[in-house]
Design a protein around this ligand. Structure first.
Ligand code: ADP
Ligand code: TRP
Length: 352
């Protein structure tokens, strides 16, 4: 039997190169060898983007992007999270075994809670718990955000997935999923859930940097190259990437913005191209303009065919709805079996 793989992306905007290399590209490469479930996390998107018109458009655009990148609905199960009502029910059950303390300590929660409260710092020492409890303005941190990791754990465990291809930023959520699985087993004295792990074809988890000099490429950071960017926009973004004034002495350590450009180059370009520019940097002959031109060229080689396919698919409502209908049926089949068993293990069963 094939091992079960599951992953999802939140419906919060168009996909960028970080999503592609951290997640989507791996989905495509796994679909032949594993029993794959790939979904669009619209319920998770509600924790930060509760806007009905945008949500609808985002679900559709991510679905088109999945298909355009090469996920084949006849090989993998592609579904929308909210089409599977077994997920929210199991989320309620699982929440009974999750501590609010451990949820509050999650890095992504602290980050997003600060944003919802309008706190600027990302200083780990600020007392976010006290801010949340004491805050009586009309700003609030929604409870869905706190329980985000429970919902994610359920997404995974409800299909008994053991491999979860995600980027590095999701590793803490996976760690929590493993903890919740172990806890469920030990509370009920069963060996029911297996502990899932990230999957990277044997390599390290990937973090695609942004073009603005620091941090990761992310939708909310405004530093993205989108799969849908046209050639002109894409070249402009790459040519504007932050650098420094260039190396002054041979083998000088790279400043973060330059190191980030090399990280991107390693991800998208051939090894000899990377060697060429590394050597040029180390002997101080590098021209960042040439590096950026090459980088834009190599990114376009990846994104152009995907972009063309997205444009071809995204208005084909009949096809898109058929894909998710078929996916929801398959996902519900597996989810309802797990939910039935979980209810039974937890004692929610009628005896009269
Ligand atoms: P964003 O951070 O842009 O909001 P999501 O949180 O929706 O993106 O992430 C969807 C998937 O893409 C996850 O598996 C996440 O790990 C991956 N991902 C997002 N940004 C990056 C990045 N810069 N590098 C690697 N993987 C990423
Ligand atoms: N939290 C993930 C992200 O922000 C999205 C997600 C939700 C997910 N449920 C999941 C990823 C289950 C993998 C498995 O990107």
């Amino acid at each position: 039997m094939k091992e079960i793989v599951l992953s999802g992306i939140r419906a919060t905007g168009q996909l960028h190169l970080g999503n592609y290399y951290g997640a989507l590209n791996k989905f495509v490469r796994m679909q032949d060898d594993y029993n794959c479930y790939f979904f669009i996390a619209d319920l998770h998107a509600l924790t930060t983007h509760p806007d009905p018109t945008i949500l609808h458009a985002n679900v559709k655009s991510i679905l088109s992007e999945y298909l355009a990148a090469g996920i084949d609905p006849d090989k993998a199960t592609i579904f929308v999270q909210s089409d599977v009502p077994e997920i929210p029910e199991m989320y309620l059950l699982m929440n009974m075994h999750v501590g609010i303390g451990e949820l509050m300590r999650t890095a992504s929660f602290k980050d997003k809670a600060r944003k919802q409260l309008g706190i600027k710092t990302d200083n780990d020492n600020d007392d976010i718990e006290r801010e949340i409890i004491g805050n009586n303005s009309n700003k609030r941190v929604n409870a869905g955000l706190l329980t985000y990791p429970t919902l994610m754990a359920v997404d995974i465990l409800i299909h008994h997935a053991t491999k979860v291809p995600v980027g590095k930023d999701q590793e803490q959520h996976l760690e929590l999923t493993r903890r919740f699985a172990r806890r469920f087993n030990s509370v009920y004295g069963v060996e029911y859930f297996q502990e899932p792990e990230n999957f990277n074809f044997g390599g390290e988890a990937i973090k695609v940097p942004g073009l603005d000099g620091s941090g990761k490429m992310g939708k909310s950071e405004g530093n993205c190259i989108y799969l849908l960017d046209d050639e002109k926009t894409l070249r402009k973004k790459v040519m504007r990437a932050v650098t420094d004034e260039g190396p002054k002495v041979p083998n000088q350590p790279m400043a973060e913005p330059v190191a980030n450009l090399f990280t991107l180059l390693k991800i998208v370009s051939a090894p000899d191209v990377v060697d060429h520019f590394t050597e040029a940097y180390n002997n101080c002959s590098i021209r960042y303009g040439d590096l950026k031109k090459q980088l834009a060229e190599d990114i376009l080689k990846v994104t152009t065919p995907i972009r063309e396919r997205i444009i071809g698919i995204r208005n084909d409502d009949a096809y898109l709805s058929q894909v998710v209908k078929q996916g929801a049926e398959k996902a519900r089949e597996s989810a309802s079996k797990t939910l039935r068993e979980v209810r039974e293990i937890m004692g929610i069963k009628r005896f009269f």
